[in-house]
Design a protein around this ligand. Structure first.
Ligand code: URA
Length: 227
């Protein structure tokens, strides 16, 4: 494989970025600086990029702090979450599940269809935790209503954990991921979600250093948490 392609697939940057790094003599192959982007390499070669070992991986896993106003899709007439990804070539990437256009927070972006399928499988009941601001007054028994399973028009939610943290803020952890689920559950107890942000997906927590719109590669430990 060409050196520049290999580096891209190791998630060191876009083709243009890795090409300029190679030309700037930041890349070594088996101990020697290589400035030819088309140099042929394989997984057996010892390749360093700015002093970091390049380990080839077929799959990439990215944590995005989704900003409001973006669409959880690969392509759309409006700006998508994939448009925000800069670390690796966008080809083959997709979001694991969906957040509403006006929802912020943790969204995993990957090209690993098998893992995505597992994480989204209704049988797996992967927990999703959300922080939300609401208007209206939470009924006194809201926590137990959520625990018992809120009844919506078309289905009854599994038990959910509601933690009220102030007059107008709360966390909720749900085990499914139905359309507008949190907004509908909150509406079912007489309140209205005014702001919604996903803070955790399974064991994985949103990195609070990421501003809305920013993303980073998951560490190998974080990838393990998802598997
Ligand atoms: N529940 C919602 O209502 N919206 C989301 O984006 C995610 C969960």
């Amino acid at each position: 494989m060409r050196l520049d392609k290999f580096l891209c697939e190791c998630a060191f940057g876009t083709r243009t970025e890795v090409k300029s790094a190679v030309k700037a003599k930041l890349v070594t192959v088996n101990g020697k600086v290589v400035t030819d982007c088309g140099f042929s390499v394989s997984e057996k070669d010892e390749i360093f990029f700015s002093g970091k070992r390049a380990l080839y991986s077929k799959y990439v896993y990215i944590m995005l702090n989704k900003p409001m106003g973006t669409i959880s899709a690969v392509t759309d007439k409006e700006k998508t979450v994939i448009d925000l990804i800069e670390q690796v070539p966008k080809r083959g990437l997709f979001p694991v599940g969906r957040l509403d256009k006006d929802t912020e927070g943790l969204l995993i972006i990957t090209n690993d269809g098998e893992l995505a399928h597992k994480l989204l499988s209704p049988k797996k009941h992967v927990d999703k935790k959300y922080y939300f601001k609401f208007s209206g007054t939470m009924p006194e028994n809201a926590v137990s209503l959520f625990k018992e399973g809120i009844k919506l028009k078309d289905f009854t939610c599994r038990q959910a954990i509601l933690e009220i943290i102030s007059e107008n803020e709360a966390y909720v952890t749900i085990h499914e991921g139905k359309y507008h689920q949190v907004k509908r559950m909150v509406r079912a107890v007489g309140c209205e979600v005014e702001y919604l942000k996903r803070t955790a997906f399974g064991q994985l927590k949103l990195d609070e250093n990421l501003l809305p719109g920013q993303s980073r590669l998951l560490t190998p430990k974080e990838v393990e948490l998802l598997k």
